[in-house]
Design a protein around this ligand. Structure first.
Ligand code: AMP
Ligand code: ZN
Length: 457
């Protein structure tokens, strides 16, 4: 049994897939106007742990992630500039080049963090027609109104609007607390289609029945999710900042269009803070993965650091905390080296204990504690090794690759040569090559699972 905290119900929910054996999940992707910061990356790591946990439990996954390459404004109140156009002005590149540049940078970052790619990537700009058709249907159903600024969704037409965030009535009243677009009927109404203001030149804009403009950010996700997964699907994720506006508005559109909640389970990762404040571009306090590397940390140290806290508790980033994670990861890696060799059986008692942690709303800190307990236990080394590699399918720290990476290419080449001689029964030559390998500081072992090369410690 897997339980996951469902923001919509404000409690842990038992995962019950819509289709047996398959989990359909949608995770809101990056707005590609700058590098992802390590706060954003914490959210993608949490989603990766979720996905790995589901795979570990034997589920097939269909995971869709969008790339927001248009229409995400600098404010959540449908005011401000489009972030991509803003990036274009900043760097003197076209809006399309900006989107391309930071999409590639994002894909590289997640690769470095050993995050499994989604099955489907979708770009907002590839589904403009579908988004226009969607808005037209909402219009036919009477959920929209047109003002000078564009087409808006009337949130007061939704009976329990704001239920995801548990928005109180006071939050829903038009007031002076936030800047409001002129003509908007209710403070929570949101843009479905933003018209390009007269006289303004936009690089990205499309014709629509309402005039030239761009789709709103909240429409992008529902349209892509419906297209790729169908509605409802199993799990929708993002960071907690998506609860009150973005996800609330995805749900509103889903209810208007499909009379359904969009997804059964809504999961949200807590923030990565720095000096007690949310890491955010608008706060000018962001750090990138590149920065982490420049400070002498492997990206997987950041992954290990994130695993050390539950995804629903906020974390505070500091280099000294990262140093602690480095020490912890190093001792685990040393353990892998020490144990490597023959692989035994995955220990069922510890696996059960491990499962009881990760299947309880992804409790990675406890799962790490079980890992250390297992390593300190008196089970055989070969079983420890097999169990550790098995747990790493969820942790994603790449332990299976560590040993391979440690061996230089010339040593691997010599080992291959030795194998060739052995296959030809030329044991004299094979022995000669073995000595050469040993002189270079490596030891070669023939195990039932194949040849193992180890470095002399
Ligand atoms: P964005 O590109 O702004 O849409 O953000 C990408 C993802 O990162 C979203 O799921 C956000 O909720 C999440 N996010 C933004 N800031 C932070 C932060 N400081 N810590 C954790 N997640 C964040
Ligand atoms: Zn989204």
């Amino acid at each position: 049994m897997i339980t996951l905290y469902n923001t919509l119900k404000r409690k842990k929910d038992i995962l019950r897939p819509i289709e047996p054996g398959l989990i359909k999940m949608y995770t809101c992707g990056p707005t590609v106007y700058f590098y992802a910061h390590i706060g954003n990356l914490r959210t993608y790591l949490f989603e990766d742990i979720l996905k790995r946990t589901l795979i570990y439990n034997g589920y097939k996954i269909k995971h869709v992630m969008n790339i927001t390459d248009v229409g995400h404004l600098t404010s959540d109140q449908d005011t401000g500039e489009d972030k991509i156009e803003k990036g274009s002005k900043r760097e003197g590149l076209s809006a399309y080049e900006i989107a391309e540049k930071y999409t590639e940078a994002f894909k590289l970052d997640i690769k470095k963090l050993n995050i499994i790619d989604p099955n489907v990537w979708m770009k907002a700009t590839d589904t403009i027609q579908e988004q226009i058709d969607f808005i037209k249907k909402l219009e036919e159903r009477g959920y929209t109104y047109v003002i000078e600024d564009g087409v808006y969704f009337n949130t007061f037409k939704i009976k329990d609007y704001g239920k995801l965030a548990n928005l109180k009535n006071v939050d829903l009243l038009p007031g002076a607390r936030v800047e409001m677009v002129r003509g908007k009927k209710n403070i929570t109404d949101f843009a479905l289609w933003k018209l390009t203001p007269e006289g303004e030149n936009r690089q990205m804009e499309w014709d629509s029945p309402w005039g030239k403009g761009t789709p709103g950010w909240h429409t992008e996700c529902i349209v892509m999710a419906e297209k790729s997964l169908g509605i409802p699907f199993d799990i929708h994720c993002g960071g907690i900042d998506h609860i009150p506006v973005h996800h609330t508005n995805e749900i509103a559109q889903s209810e208007a269009m499909y009379n359904s909640d969009m997804a059964n389970i809504w999961m949200h990762g807590e923030f990565m803070n720095i000096n007690g404040e949310k890491m955010a571009k608008s706060q000018s306090n962001i750090l990138t993965l590149e920065y982490i590397k420049e400070q002498g940390f492997h990206p997987l140290v950041y992954r290990y650091f994130v695993l050390g806290a539950h995804y629903r508790t906020n974390m505070n980033f500091s280099l000294s905390a990262l140093q602690g994670a480095k020490t912890g990861l190093k001792s685990l890696i040393n353990k892998v080296r020490e144990l490597s060799g023959e692989k035994g059986e995955v220990n069922s008692k510890y696996k059960e204990e491990f499962l009881s942690c990760i299947n309880d709303d992804l409790n990675t800190p406890q799962a790490l504690a079980v890992t250390w307990k297992m390593l300190r236990s008196n089970i055989s080394n070969k079983d420890k090794y097999a169990t550790l590699l098995s747990f790493d399918e969820v942790f994603g720290l790449g332990f299976d690759k560590i040993l391979k990476e440690d061996i230089p290419e010339d040593i691997k080449q010599l080992a291959k040569e030795r194998e060739t001689y052995r296959k030809r029964n030329n044991f004299e030559k094979a022995d000669h090559v073995r000595k050469e390998i040993e002189e270079k500081g490596y030891n070669i072992e023939d195990t039932p699972s194949g040849v193992k090369i180890k470095k002399y410690e």
